[in-house]
Design a protein around this ligand. Structure first.
Ligand SMILES: [Zn+2]
Length: 291
């Protein structure tokens, strides 16, 4: 496909349905891949697969999966690469990024069709709650560990030393929660992190949970700022906390306010691993009772 543009994505604005035109279909081991000009479906990113794909329907066919595809603008043919075949990060210059909806292999969908997409609203909301809680928990953990640093390191969105950014090994969003794994080893110690601060893990956990309770009680508004509507355009999670906006680069979906949550709590667990400590933070978001 010559000069395929990015898929226009409507989920950052909260859309749960969209209409689009089929631009390409591709047979995949998992089923039939379908690329539209625009979609409300959030796809999982191969390079940083934190938030799972939305569930839903495309032209009444169940969407089995949705994955980010990439097209090298400099290559002839414009093949759509997916998964580990993508050699660049989403948003890289010179590449186009598309949502590949994966349907049953025999789904009757053809290039040029005008199709409706609908997203499972309950599942989307559960993932959005999990993703919002994940960002908030990372900030609370950074704040709880602020005194553990003996050297200056890049600050997080609220000015605390950025433990999360420096130590995070993996982050997975699920319904109403997330699991983050951090590696505390030689390189983090060299940067000035005192691992003894993790000896009193209960105190760190309590401090993080106290901060989370404060933030949730503000009911602060949340919005997604974006540089454009293409899948590869940069987007940012902005939480309008009373002390100032917290801004974190993010391509996922989120709640629109902390008022949608009754509580966010974290549990920390440590494990000694070769060369250091693996710290696991399990975050749980409790939705506010709906009127
Ligand atoms: Zn995020």
């Amino acid at each position: 496909m010559p000069h395929q543009p990015d898929t226009i994505v409507e989920y950052p604005a909260g859309a749960l349905s969209s209409r689009g035109t089929v631009l390409a279909t591709l047979p995949l081991p998992e089923g039939l891949g379908v690329v539209l000009d625009r979609t409300a479906v959030h796809a999982v990113d191969a390079g940083w697969p934190d938030q799972p794909a939305d569930r839903g329907l495309l032209a009444a066919h169940p969407i089995r999966d949705a994955i980010v595809g990439a097209i090298d603008g400099a290559a002839d043919g414009g093949d759509i690469l997916i998964g580990r075949d993508i050699p660049v990060r989403t948003g890289a210059d010179g590449w186009s990024f598309v949502v590949v909806h994966v349907l049953d292999p025999d789904a009757a969908v053809q290039v040029g069709d005008d199709v409706e997409v609908t997203v499972d609203a309950r599942y989307r909301r559960a993932l959005s709650a999990g993703h919002t809680a994940c960002h908030l928990a990372s900030l609370a953990l950074d704040a709880a560990l602020a005194a553990a640093w003996t050297k200056e390191v890049p600050a997080d969105a609220l000015g605390a030393p950025g433990f999360d950014a420096l130590a995070c090994a993996s982050s997975r969003i699920h319904e109403f929660g997330s699991t983050d794994v951090y590696r505390v080893g030689k390189s983090l110690r060299k940067r000035g992190f005192d691992a003894a601060s993790l000896d009193q893990l209960d105190a760190v956990e309590d401090a993080a949970n106290a901060r989370l309770a404060e933030w949730v009680a503000t009911g602060a508004g949340i919005r997604i700022d974006r540089d454009g509507d293409g899948l590869g355009d940069r987007r940012r999670w902005v939480c309008e906390l009373p002390g100032g906006d917290a801004v974190i680069p993010c391509g996922g979906t989120h709640l629109t306010s902390l008022g949608e949550l009754a509580a966010v709590r974290v549990e920390l667990a440590r494990e000694d691993v070769e060369g250091g400590i693996a710290l696991t933070m399990t975050t749980t978001a409790t939705p506010a009772a709906q009127a």
